[in-house]
Design a protein around this ligand. Structure first.
Ligand code: KET
Length: 398
């Protein structure tokens, strides 16, 4: 019956992470998957989340099905986090938000919705982007193309080329963008660049789709929401999927949301309704527990302050590791420019390592980066950063 089913080729991120787990070498270093590890190399349980969990468990409430769209307190807290409680888009109720199964779940519900209501629209993703973006949108039956983004020569952004491509797209094309902490390159738009891009999106009637998976890891929780707030303020209709996996270190709880900012409240009601229909036909409704941890942290003033400071410390630790890696590499190879480690933001840097070099790094030094050359700098710590830099220099020196 199943002879025609070909083997799964594996996933460029998750399969490598599995290989790492199986690697018996004691000195192995995992810089593959986008997970924040603390300085002891562990996935942290944030104190704010631990306390929220104690509160949630103490309630020992029943576990009914949540509404299709998720818990009301979670959805409101998400809107306030993304836009600010006083943002006009929120107060005029023109944002439709569903709680999703991770932001991946939100991205896919949005993709299914687009396939149904904008069947003629192609999706445009940055070159390069998170590997799963293309799979998800193609999986929803949409055509996926790429717009220029990363400049390998400078380690920066091809902003003019990006604008030129977007300017040439047919109206209602979907433009997928990373709201901050671009994955895999760490190269973000500046505020001035967003301010240039947003009027173009509006003028060309393009549909922005923001992926905000690393809020708080760039320049801060509020600062990283700049694009979302500016788009909403400009009266652009757009999609935004956001994640708590990284910012609350709750990966396996699968906490995220999809919000669609609409022109007015009537349209938001209908959009929410059809998002619900999409969810009902897929998994019916989201799980309770993780969303309640998130909602508690976001709405309890004490826990909220604690979370903000914990997330700030994570952001600072990543920056310190970027500096350390940069300094050791620069000392070893003074002729080469490693400044990109300092200018790039968030969990990732694009190292410029070739596939063959990434393979050598893994095979000879037990340092795991993606074969695309992406390094998760949030996997560096005071015990492995030096060894990583030494190994990388060796590989780069051929
Ligand atoms: N968007 C981006 C840009 C992203 O990097 C991830 C995860 C997600 C969405 C999905 O997160 P969720 O946990 O569904 O809310 N990225 C890391 C893990 C993965 O590939 O699933 C990664 O890039 O390593």
């Amino acid at each position: 019956m199943f002879q025609h089913i070909e083997p799964f080729a594996g996933d460029p991120i998750l399969s490598l992470n599995e290989d790492f787990q199986k690697d018996p070498r004691p000195n192995k270093i995992n810089l593959s998957i986008g997970i924040y590890f603390d300085d002891a190399g562990r996935i942290p349980v944030m104190e704010s989340v631990r306390r929220a969990e104690a509160l949630v468990v103490a309630k020992a409430g029943p576990k009914p099905y949540l509404p299709i769209e998720g818990a009301a307190n979670f959805r409101t807290a998400v809107q306030h986090l993304l836009f600010g409680a006083e943002h006009e888009a929120v107060t005029s109720k023109r944002v439709a938000t569903i709680q999703s199964v991770g932001s991946s779940g939100g991205l896919k519900v949005g993709a299914d919705f687009i396939a149904r209501y904008f069947p003629g629209s192609a999706v445009w993703v940055s070159d390069p982007t998170w590997d799963n973006h293309r799979s998800m949108f193609e999986g929803a039956g949409l055509t996926v193309n790429a717009y220029p983004y990363y400049d390998a020569a400078t380690g920066g952004l091809r902003f003019d080329d990006m604008l030129a491509t977007l300017r040439s797209l047919p109206p209602k094309s979907i433009v997928l963008m990373h709201a901050c902490c671009h994955n895999p390159t760490g190269v973000d738009l500046t505020r001035a660049q967003w301010d240039t891009l947003i009027p173009l999106l509006k003028e060309r009637s393009l549909i922005a789709y923001l992926d905000l998976a690393y809020q708080g890891f760039g320049d801060g929780i509020e600062a990283d929401a700049y694009a979302a707030r500016a788009l909403a303020a400009a009266g652009v209709s757009f999609f935004i999927a956001n994640s708590f996996s990284k910012s609350m270190s709750v990966y396996g709880e699968r906490c995220g949301a999809l919000s669609v900012v609409c022109p007015n409240a009537e349209q938001a009601v209908n959009v929410l309704g059809q998002l619900k229909f999409t969810v009902r036909r897929n998994y019916s409704s989201p799980p309770i527990h993780g969303g309640q941890l998130v909602a508690t942290v976001l709405t309890d003033p004490e826990l909220r302050a604690l979370w903000e400071s914990e997330l700030g410390a994570m952001r600072e630790r990543i920056l310190a590791m970027r500096h350390k890696l940069h300094d050791v590499l620069k000392a070893k190879m003074p002729e080469r420019d490693f400044g990109y480690f300092l200018s790039q933001r968030g969990m990732f840097s694009y190292t410029g390592l070739t596939q063959a070099q990434a393979d050598r790094l893994r095979e000879e030094h037990a340092v795991y980066v993606l074969r695309s050359g992406r390094m998760c700098v949030a996997g560096l710590n005071s015990s492995n950063v030096e060894a990583t830099a030494v190994a990388m220099a060796e590989v780069l020196n051929g």
